[in-house]
Design a protein around this ligand. Structure first.
Ligand code: GLU
Length: 257
């Protein structure tokens, strides 16, 4: 089974941007174990800007482009250092690929990206992908890693994309405001009614929200890939997902129910 796991900033880092060590260690341990069991795993990891903010001891995410891009450059090093260190403990090798929207739009570059991805998986490596935030500008920006993860999942012909976030899944209403909100376990089709459930607020350091997650679901399911939104606070949920147990909200690939 080939899966793409997207890890959001809120899963990896504390609110101020510093690494959440316990969570990240647990995550790398579970992912290593799943890989040992024979799964092919690709990670799409956010956290570059967040960790750059933490490392520079800034008080909040910068709003100007230059500082944001500088923070991404600093945080991306920290991010890969941490992944390399933790996955090495379990004898796994990681590789970094940074892309922009221009790479996806350009046919040759997109093909090269898929070829590299496939070769890394054949070499038994864990590819870790992020947007190249330090060079992306408005015209060539994907903008959020939910969309990036969906593009990666379809490029790699993955069977499943898992978005690990700070929420359990899609609810019938905003669970922070409405105590009667119910988790929707399965979405067979992205109807207007479902799309209307997206608010657009993400975490303070990340970029995505439910809106970007639903647009990722559209890209994935139209390409024949299931998508799950699950809470990254408990990395062991990935075992249940691998066992086919219901976790979070599952969006079924086109026509499946
Ligand atoms: N690429 C951004 C980062 O690594 C995150 C984008 C997102 O949160 O969706 O900081």
């Amino acid at each position: 089974m080939r899966i793409v796991i997207k890890i959001g900033t809120s899963t990896l880092a504390h609110a101020g941007g510093r690494l959440n060590i316990r969570r990240t260690e647990e995550l790398c341990k579970v992912i290593s174990d799943l890989k040992n069991s024979g799964m092919e795993i690709i990670l799409v990891s956010s956290g570059a800007i967040g960790m750059g903010v933490g490392k520079l001891s800034l008080t909040k995410k910068p709003s100007d482009m230059a500082t944001k891009q500088a923070a991404a450059a600093i945080g991306q090093c920290e991010l890969m250092y941490v992944y390399d260190k933790l996955f090495s403990e379990y004898n796994h090798t990681v590789a970094q690929i940074l892309i922009t929207a221009a790479d996806v739009r350009h046919e040759d570059r997109h093909r090269n990206f898929s070829t590299t991805l496939n070769r890394l998986l054949e070499l038994d490596v864990i590819p870790i992908i992020n947007e190249n935030d330090s060079v992306a500008t408005e015209e060539i920006v994907i903008g959020d890693n939910d969309t990036l993860a969906a593009i990666v999942a379809t490029s790699a012909r993955a069977e499943l994309l898992v978005l690990l976030s700070d929420i359990n899944g899609l609810y019938t209403a905003d669970p922070h405001r409405d105590k009667d909100a119910l988790l929707i376990p399965e979405v067979p089709e992205l109807t207007e009614e479902i799309l209307a459930l997206a608010g657009d607020k993400g975490s303070a350091l990340g970029t995505g929200g439910m809106k970007t997650k639903l647009s990722a679901a559209r890209i994935c399911t139209e390409a024949g890939c299931d998508m799950i939104i699950a809470n990254g606070a408990d990395p062991a949920l990935l075992y249940d997902i691998a066992d086919g147990k219901p976790v979070g909200t599952r969006f079924l690939a086109g026509g499946k129910s």
